[in-house]
Design a binder for this molecule. Structure first.
Ligand code: ACO
Length: 318
């Protein structure tokens, strides 16, 4: 696999910590020191579909390829207002794609899961060009009266186009059942026969437990992948980690003993955008010219499930 195009899109509305402190019992200093987040972008008048479309079009342009040349569209999304059809189906015609598509829910690790699936489609010859779109609006999962969760998230979309190549050095995905620490539950329509009443429960998160699981799982993924690929942390140029919390990234960085410059971040501006966070960061670095030809990138993410994923990629100039 080789990444040949990147794109991203963010809502225009910027929400500062002080704006949240206007209606929640919180403060700019609490949010900054505990998470690193200063502002987040939130959908206000636009839709997630438009954001996903903009990110995808930007990735297609960056890859210099038309939608009609895409053989598969994979969309990573935890939840949006449509349960069916999938977000990828909704976008397909508008993108000019005439190929199969599906959505996957790998929570915040969805981008790594999508890369894993894309790699197998490319290896088997099932597809040559694949468009991966990660589009998320986690701000819509939260109870906005609860300061514990609502301050953490932001909306956004990131996308990449991948084709055949030898740039994926290694990939690892894991899953485990820990539904109690991080979940968002939606009620479905009632039938005349169901006797179990289920209510929608906005995002529940046991922050400290998620923090602990996130740090230990990411360290295990990164260490395992480095061993498998016979590289050390010194050989890795940039670590693109899920942008959930600066302190989680700091813990991982300290374990790896690498300098801060190797850990680019953008959660300061966007908050946690779930599976979109790594492709948004990748696109920013690419467009800023910060990805050198031949650079080795370690991608690593964790999310509700509990799921995790890491990928080691050799960057080729697009
Ligand atoms: N503003 C002010 N005070 C707050 C806020 C807030 N927004 N939120 C919680 N507090 C209070 C708590 O009520 C608690 O008060 P108490 O001591 O009187 O009980 C105090 O702050 C400390 O709370 P802790 O939970 O101990 O704070 P902690 O240092 O653990 O930080 C945080 C909380 C930021 C949520 C941290 O645990 C964390 O980042 N966890 C991981 C979150 C994460 O990564 N989630 C996403 C994972 S997957 C995905 O991306 C969907």
């Amino acid at each position: 696999m080789r990444i040949i195009g990147t794109g991203s899109a963010l809502p225009d509305k910027i929400v500062t910590n002080d704006m949240l402190a206007g209606f929640l019992d919180t403060s700019d200093s609490w949010i900054r020191t505990r998470t690193g987040i200063e502002t987040r972008r939130m959908l206000s008048t636009g839709t997630l579909r438009d954001l996903a479309y903009d990110a995808a079009m930007s990735a297609l342009e960056s890859a210099n390829i038309r939608g009609s040349k895409i053989d598969y569209v994979i969309c990573s999304n935890v939840a949006n207002s449509y349960v069916s059809p999938s977000l990828s189906s909704i976008l397909l015609n508008r993108l000019g794609c005439k190929c199969p598509c599906f959505d996957l829910n790998g929570a915040c690790a969805g981008f790594i899961y999508a890369l894993d699936i894309a790699e197998s489609f490319l290896k088997t010859g099932r597809a040559k060009n694949i468009l991966i779109i990660c589009a998320e609006e986690p701000t819509r999962f939260c109870n906005w009266h609860e300061r514990e969760t609502s301050v953490l998230f932001g909306d956004g979309a990131g996308a990449v186009v991948v084709t055949t190549g030898n740039n994926l050095m290694g990939i690892r995905v894991t899953a485990d059942t820990h539904t109690d620490v991080l979940y968002y539950k939606r009620s479905m329509e009632r039938t005349p026969y169901d006797r179990v009443e289920e209510r929608t429960t906005p995002l529940v998160m046991i922050g400290r437990e998620v923090f602990r699981l996130a740090v230990s799982a990411s360290i295990k993924d990164i260490d395992t992948l480095m061993k498998q690929c016979k590289v050390t942390s010194e050989d890795i140029d940039l670590f693109l980690l899920h942008q959930a919390n600066l302190r989680i990234i700091e813990n991982i960085r300290e374990h790896l003993g690498q300098p801060k410059e190797k850990f680019p971040t953008n959660m300061q501006h966007y908050g946690n955008t779930s599976s979109a966070s790594i492709p948004i960061l990748l696109d920013e670095l690419h467009k800023e010219g910060r990805l050198n030809d031949g650079a080795t990138l370690m991608l690593s993410a964790f999310g509700g499930g509990f799921v995790t994923g890491a990928a080691l990629i050799k960057w080729s100039q697009i």
